[in-house]
Each structure stands twice: as C-alpha cells, then as structure tokens.
Design a protein around this ligand. Structure first.
Ligand code: ZN
Length: 182
C-alpha cells in the first residue's frame, strides 16, 4: 500500500479537518520546482521530497499531523561552493490551530499550523518542514570538497617531488637539523 502511492504527486491542498476526523493518511512527493522558497537554496530543481503523514485527533481532540518529510537536497557547499547532496529528514508533529491562543496552548512537541479554514496548504507546509530541517551550514564531509581534493593532489605531488633530490630539499633538511641541535 506504500509502494504504489509513495511517489505520486501530493495535492497542493487538502481538507485537513476531514482527514484528521477520518484518520486519513497522505503520502506522495513534492517536486523541488514546486517549493519556491526552498528553490533559492538549491543547485538545481531536479528532485523531490517524499512525504508520509498521518492525520488524527489526539486525546484532547486536537487535529494533529504526524509523520516525516524526507529529501536529498542539492545544497551549496559553503566550503567549496560546489553541490553537496544533503539527506534531510523532518519529523513532522503538527497541530492545526485557528488562533494564536490555540497555538500558545500547544505542548512543545507540537508545532502549530495556523489555518484560515479547513484547507491545509500541503506544499507550503512541506516546504516549512524542510526549511526547518536544513543544516545551518551545508558542507561536504572533510576531505571531499573539490578544493580539498585539488589541495591534496598538490600535496601528493609535492611529496613525490621531495623524494627526488633537489637543492631546496637539502636546504630544508639542513634547517631542520639546525633547529634540532639548537
Ligand atoms: Zn565542498
């Protein structure tokens, strides 16, 4: 029941109140091209976020959404400015509210989604979840950056060069020896 629906596109809007009352399930994908605020931070828009949400009423009859939003985001590495693919998972715990007072009454484990009527903007909510889950600074793992690789190649070349005798190498040795004896 998951496999077929997992990659189908999400509806832009759903009747969230009805889904909560029915204990409905929503799963599908949102393409990066649909997520405009997120798009600014992406290297390209070829890809999609996967959403798996369970709507329900909690013990206090609040309308809540639990589940996950996952995506592999093509972010910009802040060290080398090349693309770095970052796997992001947002654990969704949302409560639908219709006023700031309702939002203030929520426990810390629930994030409010301010509603105007019964309709939830699914894509905007997915986007909010992803934006909150973004790493503060995206970088490649140490040593993976293009620049780091080039630097390591240079270092490797330099150490190769050191193996062949050259005057600078001898000088360097002399200096080191001098330091050691002093
Ligand atoms: Zn990098």
């Amino acid at each position: 029941m998951h496999s077929a629906s997992a990659s189908s596109p999400l509806p832009h809007h759903v009747d969230a109140v009805k889904l909560c009352q029915q204990g409905g399930h929503l799963s599908g994908s949102a393409s990066f091209a649909q997520l405009h605020r997120l798009g600014d931070q992406l290297c390209h828009q070829n890809g999609q976020a996967q959403v798996d949400w369970q709507f329900s009423l909690d013990e206090q009859s609040r309308k809540v959404i639990h589940g996950t939003v996952t995506a592999v985001l093509p972010l910009v590495c802040q060290r080398c400015l090349e693309q770095v693919d970052v796997a992001v998972q947002a654990d969704t715990s949302l409560a639908l509210v219709w006023s700031d007072e309702q939002a203030a009454q929520l426990s810390r484990s629930l994030d409010p989604v301010l509603m105007e009527n019964d309709v939830l903007d699914v894509l905007a909510t997915v986007e909010d979840e992803l934006l909150l889950a973004l790493p503060i600074v995206a970088t490649h793992e140490k040593g993976v950056c293009e620049i780091a690789q080039q630097f390591e190649e240079l270092l490797a070349e330099a150490s190769e060069a050191e193996k062949s005798p050259n005057p600078f190498h001898v000088l360097a040795n002399l200096k080191t020896d001098g330091n050691k004896t002093s």
